[in-house]
Design a protein around this ligand. Structure first.
Ligand code: AVJ
Ligand code: FE
Length: 366
């Protein structure tokens, strides 16, 4: 059984990061809808606490919910994001009090019954960490501090391609230790030879694409991508600033799958499949550079691995399986250390750009 104190400390550490994210904001800013895609920051905070109460106090500890009346309000499926500005979720000091009260209960349960095999505690810690990144997306879209990475300003290593020979490898997380349900079961896949870019596409490369008519040349776009771009009059990445706020050498951020796909075609390249990405990221001959600064779009649709079994928290993955969602791999500058791994699978719709998304190119070799 994992140690109680380690979970105690991890819960505390992620809570400190959550609170630091919102420390500078007034209650009015906390309850504002900053963008139609995003919840008010207050909603994320209440949802984080409601999730902890559900999984650690109610399911794990066997106690009734602290605020059963709030369960639907904080259920992401019962209350879609677009409606979250209207509903009577907790605001102002009330949400901080609720978070603290739930935490007291969950630590009391941890003390009394221990962490079991640790799965539910890992789930709750990582859930809060994931919402930290979601909140940073809100900060980004709202133009608030905390939504953009610090510029590194430093030139990077060599560009170019890594040639990965045909071969098979084990994709996914091993049976032991925590992993999300969609990372299992680990299984062997055969991957034909391919080349993958040593580094993700940079802001400078993206600028070149824009100036070279990237958003005007029909031949570089898929039919679906082109009509999305036309309808929303997309001419550059989300939040792109002409004043050069983003460093030339840094990976481009806030591009949709459609844009990533078009950029790739303009280079005579393509997006990697997620199997290619994971093979390259775990291949010991030559490391991928700059993994973990921007989520990397892949060409793969989100689905269950053969033999997939849902977690106790069923709604985490399974409801998103299908052709609609595309997989992103790696992590972003805003991702918690605990969520960084070569097997983690993120996903979003191909038109989404609120996430800290970039792209690494791949191509066939013959
Ligand atoms: C794994 C980032 C796609 O934000 O929808 C948070 C994580 N799931 N609460 C999301 C999540 C439930 C999820 N992503
Ligand atoms: Fe959530």
């Amino acid at each position: 059984m994992p140690a109680t104190t380690a979970f105690d400390e991890a819960l505390q550490a992620v809570r400190e990061r959550t609170l630091a994210l919102v420390a500078a904001f007034s209650y009015a800013e906390m309850e504002r809808v900053h963008h139609p895609l995003m919840s008010p920051l207050d909603w994320d905070l209440g949802h984080i606490a409601a999730y902890e109460d559900l999984w650690l106090v109610h399911r794990h500890g066997g106690e009734p919910l602290l605020r059963g009346d709030l369960a639907d309000l904080y259920d992401a499926f019962e209350t879609p994001r677009a409606e979250r500005g209207e509903i009577p979720f907790l605001r102002g000091q009330d949400v901080f009090d609720y978070m603290a009260a739930v935490r007291e209960r969950s630590l009391e349960v941890l003390e009394r019954v221990g962490p079991g095999d640790g799965t539910l505690h890992e789930l709750v810690i990582r859930h809060e960490a994931q919402h930290n990144e979601t909140m940073r997306q809100t900060l980004f879209l709202g133009g608030l501090p905390g939504g953009r990475p610090e510029c590194t300003g430093s030139p990077r290593g060599a560009d170019g391609w890594i040639d990965v020979p045909a071969g098979s490898f084990e994709i996914g997380a091993p049976d032991d230790g925590f992993a999300f349900d969609n990372e299992r079961p680990r299984h062997r896949v055969e991957v034909p030879a391919f080349a993958i870019a040593r580094r993700p596409v940079t802001n400078a490369t993206w600028m070149h694409f824009v100036e070279g008519g990237g958003y005007e040349r029909r031949e570089w776009w898929s039919a679906e991508g082109w009509s999305w771009k036309e309808e929303y009059d997309i001419t550059h990445p989300e939040g792109w600033t002409a004043d050069g706020e983003a460093d030339d050498h840094d990976p481009v951020l806030h591009i949709s799958w459609f844009e990533a796909d078009a950029l790739a075609r303009s280079h005579g390249a393509r997006l990697p499949t997620e199997a290619e990405w994971e093979r390259a990221a775990t291949w010991t001959q030559e490391p991928l550079q700059d993994v973990g600064e921007a989520w990397e779009w892949t060409s793969s649709c989100f689905g269950g691995y053969p033999g997939f079994v849902a977690h106790p928290y069923r709604e985490y993955s399974e409801v998103f399986f299908g052709a609609a969602y595309r997989v992103l791999r790696g992590a972003s500058w805003a991702t918690d250390e605990r969520l960084r791994s070569t097997t983690f699978r993120n996903w979003d719709l191909p038109q989404r750009r609120q996430i800290f998304s970039g792209v690494r190119l791949a191509k066939d070799v013959n």
